[in-house]
Write a protein that binds this ligand. Structure first.
Ligand SMILES: O=C(O)c1ccccc1NCC(=O)[C@H](O)[C@H](O)COP(=O)(O)O
Length: 264
């Protein structure tokens, strides 16, 4: 079994429990400028800054982090959005982290989880998420369509994540506002920043690209921006940074002029 298969098996158990719960029907998400809007109006690479306590590939990163304090630091230092890993079993996160962060910042908040059922979208929205992640590799095309349409109906933004050309083709059918190109292979953990360069040119032209995982330096950020990304999603590097202001500043590189003129 790959790690992704293990995670999905665990999510199926969690969904069975969630289906016995009710979540407050929030009529609309928290009022924030949508991520897609703020990225398109910026001439700098956006950073979706992640709260990541631990991970299957790296083990413990920052178990004792105060997610609220960290999210506020991200906001003060120019992050475009906050990503909160909410999975407990594999990442030591929680919906409580997401709720606390959403209450504390005025930025869009991404529920970074492995969503396989609409009830998880209800739960994420009730906890204050304004963006949900849909991972193409974790879903059938039918599930993906259903979840994408459900999230849009809830007025949530969707970050549609791909890792190869076949997944990009599936994502493109949705004409999503936001496509995340994950540089990490979720089956092997291998990280290759060339993934963004290779896949960016295959993306639906109207989509805004986010390069995810493995971003460490200003040079990595520049490669992503040159490939056409308007944002990067960064976990470990920010969680381990001892000078967040400097790290975030260095990752927020200028977007090349030719990309600024494109839809994305
Ligand atoms: O990070 C992992 O080990 C991992 C393993 C299996 C599935 C997902 C995983 N990570 C989720 C993410 O996508 C990352 O947290 C995110 O892109 C940030 O990555 P990084 O900047 O490399 O911490």
């Amino acid at each position: 079994m790959t790690i992704l298969e293990k995670i999905i098996a665990q999510k199926e158990k969690e969904v069975a429990i969630l289906l016995n719960q009710t979540f407050d029907q929030v009529s609309s998400p928290r009022q924030v400028t949508p991520l897609s809007e703020s990225l398109l109006t910026s001439d700098r690479l956006g950073v979706i800054a992640e709260i990541k306590r631990s991970s299957p590939s790296k083990g413990d990163i920052s178990l004792a982090v105060d997610p609220v304090a960290r999210a506020k630091q991200y906001e003060t230092n120019g992050a475009s959005a906050i990503s909160v890993l909410t999975d407990k079993t594999f990442f030591n996160g929680s919906m409580g982290d997401l709720q606390a962060v959403s209450n504390a910042v005025d930025l869009p908040v991404l529920c970074k989880d492995f969503i396989i059922h609409p009830v998880q979208i209800d739960q994420a929205k009730a906890a204050g998420a304004t963006i949900v992640l849909l991972i193409v590799a974790a879903l059938s095309e039918e599930q993906l369509n259903e979840l994408f349409n459900y999230a849009k109906k809830q007025n949530l933004e969707v970050l549609c994540e791909v890792h190869n050309a076949k997944e990009m083709e599936v994502a493109n059918n949705l004409k999503p506002n936001l496509i995340g190109i994950n540089n990490r292979n979720l089956k092997t953990f291998e990280v290759d920043l060339h993934t963004t360069e290779q896949l960016a040119k295959l993306a639906y032209p109207g989509s805004i690209l986010v390069s995810e995982s493995g971003m460490k330096t200003n040079v990595d950020a520049q490669v992503a921006a040159t490939a056409g990304a308007r944002a990067i999603l960064v976990g470990e590097t920010l969680m381990r940074s001892e000078d967040l202001a400097a790290t975030l500043q260095s990752l927020r590189v200028s977007i090349p002029k030719e990309s600024l003129n494109n839809a994305r």
